[in-house]
Design a protein around this ligand. Structure first.
Ligand SMILES: Nc1nc2c(ncn2[C@@H]2O[C@H](COP(=O)(O)OP(=O)(O)OP(=O)(O)O)[C@@H](O)[C@H]2O)c(=O)[nH]1
Ligand SMILES: [Mg+2]
Length: 275
């Protein structure tokens, strides 16, 4: 039975190829067929930068408890419906490395990210940075959840605290770490890289309350400017490794701002492979 279906599929592909060859205008209308395909994404960034929040806001799904090869990372899996002209379903797997030791990402390859022969299957890499660290209530291990408290804390010494956090990211995501990461993830599947500047809502809130001198229209440039040298390092690494799809996005994972658009753009190259 499978053989018959295989032959029918081949015949169909053959005639479709001839049809589209003589009808270039119709070529773009061919349905995208990545049913059964899986997009694999790795997140990389300092602890507290928002990697898990970004993943959860994309897939809106609780953590899978089934595949945890080591304690270094967690895997999240989701079936997404994308609106790309027409609605399409896609499976996505995120490898969420805890932002403690860069070596974890290099030496720990979950099975679902590697083909049986050892070929890496990762399609995209998200670097995640932010402007404010995870805060704990004084003298406790209780995490501050209230965003207004975060805003108030940040504006007490806005430039000093933002600069300190940005410097931490730059110590964590160095030119050499980027190279190490790329050499570890590189394969014919690896096509897209993003630098995600997260927690933009904190800057927006500080500006809205007139707690900082930046106007709303200036905020995005300000956020990008903080990481411009990191952006350049990543861009150069992409060029050196033949990765054409690199972009910077200023987002707010917790508020689900620009997340879906960012994600759709980040997997566009992956989707095109199946067009
Ligand atoms: N205000 C605000 N807070 C955010 C945003 N994204 C994440 N957070 C908060 O930042 C903290 C850290 O987020 P996580 O998603 O746990 O960060 P992580 O990068 O996974 O951290 P590790 O697992 O320790 O590496 C949490 O308290 C989140 O609620 C955001 O866009 N805005
Ligand atoms: Mg996390």
């Amino acid at each position: 039975m499978e053989l018959i279906f295989g032959i029918i599929k081949l015949i169909w592909e053959f005639f479709w190829a001839i049809f589209t060859w003589f009808n270039p205008k119709r070529k773009n209308k061919r349905p995208i067929s990545f049913a059964g395909k899986t997009c694999r994404i790795v997140t990389y960034g300092l602890n507290g930068s928002g990697k898990t929040t970004i993943i959860k806001s994309i897939i809106s799904q609780e953590r899978l408890g089934t595949e945890l090869p080591t304690s270094n990372f967690e895997l999240y899996e989701g079936d997404l419906t994308l609106d790309i002209g027409r609605k399409k379903r896609l499976k996505v797997i995120f490898a969420d490395y805890k932002g403690e030791k860069p070596s974890q990402i290099v030496f720990s390859d979950p099975e679902s990210m590697v083909a049986p022969g050892g070929e890496k299957l990762i399609n995209a890499l998200f670097f995640v940075v932010d402007v404010i660290p995870r805060l704990y209530r004084k003298g406790t291990s209780e995490i501050v959840q209230d965003d207004n408290t975060l805003v108030q804390w940040l504006v007490q010494d806005f430039i000093g605290r933002v600069d300190k956090r940005v410097a931490e990211h730059k110590l964590y995501i160095t030119k050499w770490n980027i190279q190490l990461l790329f050499s570890n993830l590189l394969s014919r599947h690896f096509k897209s890289v993003r630098l995600l500047i997260n927690k933009f809502d904190i800057l927006e809130e500080a500006s809205a309350q007139n707690l900082i001198e930046l106007k709303h229209a200036e905020l995005e440039n300000f956020a990008r400017g903080l990481f411009s040298d990191l952006e350049q390092e990543i861009r150069e690494a992409c060029m050196a490794n033949g990765i054409k799809d690199f972009a910077v996005e200023v987002i707010s994972a917790k508020k689900d701002v620009r997340i879906r658009g960012m994600f759709t753009s980040a997997i566009q190259t992956y989707i095109e492979n199946f067009s």
